[in-house]
Design a protein around this ligand. Structure first.
Ligand SMILES: Nc1ncnc2c1ncn2[C@@H]1O[C@H](COP(=O)(O)OP(=O)(O)OP(=O)(O)O)[C@@H](O)[C@H]1O
Ligand SMILES: [Mg+2]
Length: 366
């Protein structure tokens, strides 16, 4: 919001100048700035120029009547939010009153106007406007903090990479150039230093990936998720041809999403399904949609599963429920998936039990 320091503005629209003067006088003791106009066209122009806490709109006006002004205001996303109070004659029929609400009125005031009712209603909209403004300021401040934290994470992760290279590189050089002078124990230590440096390198790469996913813009287009699932599973199969894994997948499940980000999310979910079914001689991976009202998709496997008490933790970075010697990984995959799903306006959750497989459900709205 741009006009945070100014007082809330009220727009008065009436073709009769005297009515405007009278209305303004009634609002004189409220803490707001009043803007007046006698024309519907001018009112629409003003709505685009300023943010108003409320518009008081006369119904009967020549050229463009109040209903039309309300209609155009509602039609434009930039002015849709402005609350409208219609000011109308007391002899109006119920039909007219309903038409007022249909065209977007928040409220109606009947002439002759009761000053007390007018002030009370306008005051409510001023308070609503101010609290919305405060909320928006808080959201903006949080967004700025979040962006700073993200930038900090990124630069720290980035800078942490540099000292790892000589650590790994010189350990390798020691092994190569002085290997004949070292006994097996010393070589083992050096190899351990190298593998720790490499593991830390992978963790940092994963952190950088997570940070990148939070910042790239989401570019939506139609995505055939079934085709995506089939192609990723085909790749997994190609890398691991000895496995017997059945894929169950509907012929077509289309959504509007960012194809690159969705591919990363599906790769992580399917790689997990592939990995955590590894101990079973035959496995089954299923992609599908539930009958829930909100489009909900799932990826299910019949692998080792996990204790459902920890289901909420999985989506946090570096949370792993299985020991590294049984299943490799850094524990960042689901944090990336969670971020991608949330950036699409959806959510993800998991259901499982030990040895009963796991199901990851997600929505993708927008
Ligand atoms: N399909 C699944 N079945 C059983 N457990 C799972 C499944 N998917 C995830 N998990 C559990 O959730 C943890 C976190 O998953 P995540 O994908 O984030 O990490 P990872 O697979 O261990 O490592 P990474 O994906 O970074 O290589 C896993 O370590 C595992 O304990
Ligand atoms: Mg994973």
């Amino acid at each position: 919001m741009s006009e945070t320091s100014a007082k809330p503005k009220i727009l008065l629209v009436d073709d009769v100048e005297a009515n405007l003067v009278a209305l303004e006088a009634l609002l004189a003791n409220l803490d707001c700035d009043v803007v007046r106009t006698t024309s519907g066209n001018e009112a629409l122009r003003l709505l685009l120029k300023h943010e108003f806490a409320v518009m008081l709109l006369d119904v009967q006006m020549p050229e463009m009547d109040g209903y039309e002004v309300a209609y155009f205001a509602r039609d434009n996303p930039a002015t849709r939010q402005v609350p409208i109070i219609f000011v109308t004659a007391l002899h109006e029929t119920k039909e007219h009153v309903l038409r007022g609400y249909d065209s977007g009125a928040f409220d109606l005031l009947f002439k002759p106007i009761d000053p007390y009712i007018l002030r009370s209603k306008v005051q409510i909209f001023i308070e609503l406007f101010l609290s919305r403004q405060r909320l928006q300021e808080e959201i903006d401040a949080h967004k700025r903090t979040l962006a700073e934290v993200e930038a900090f994470n990124y630069s720290v992760s980035h800078d942490l990479r540099a000292p790892l290279r000589p650590l790994d590189g010189f350990s390798e050089a020691l092994l190569e150039d002085y290997g004949d002078k070292l006994d097996d124990k010393a070589k083992d230590y050096l190899n351990r230093i190298r593998s720790a440096a490499q593991r830390m390198g992978r963790l940092i790469e994963d952190l950088l990936e997570l940070s990148r996913i939070g910042r790239v813009p989401v570019q939506r287009q139609p995505v055939d998720m079934s085709a995506l699932v089939a192609s990723i599973v085909a790749e997994l199969r190609g890398n691991d041809p000895a496995r017997e894994v059945e894929l169950v997948c509907p012929p077509q499940a289309k959504v509007a999403g960012d194809p690159r980000l969705l591919r990363i999310a599906f790769e992580n979910l399917l790689r997990n399904a592939w990995k955590f079914t590894r101990k079973h001689p035959r496995a089954r991976i299923e992609f599908g949609q539930t009958p829930a009202a909100e489009a909900t998709f799932f990826i299910r496997d019949d692998g080792v599963g996990f204790d459902p008490a920890y289901a909420g933790r999985l989506f946090r970075p570096f949370q792993r429920l299985h020991p590294s010697d049984a299943f490799e990984g850094t524990g960042i995959g689901l944090a990336i998936v969670d971020r991608i799903i949330r950036r699409h306006g959806g959510r993800i959750w998991a259901e499982s039990a030990p040895e009963a497989g796991a199901t990851f459900y997600f929505t993708l709205s927008g």
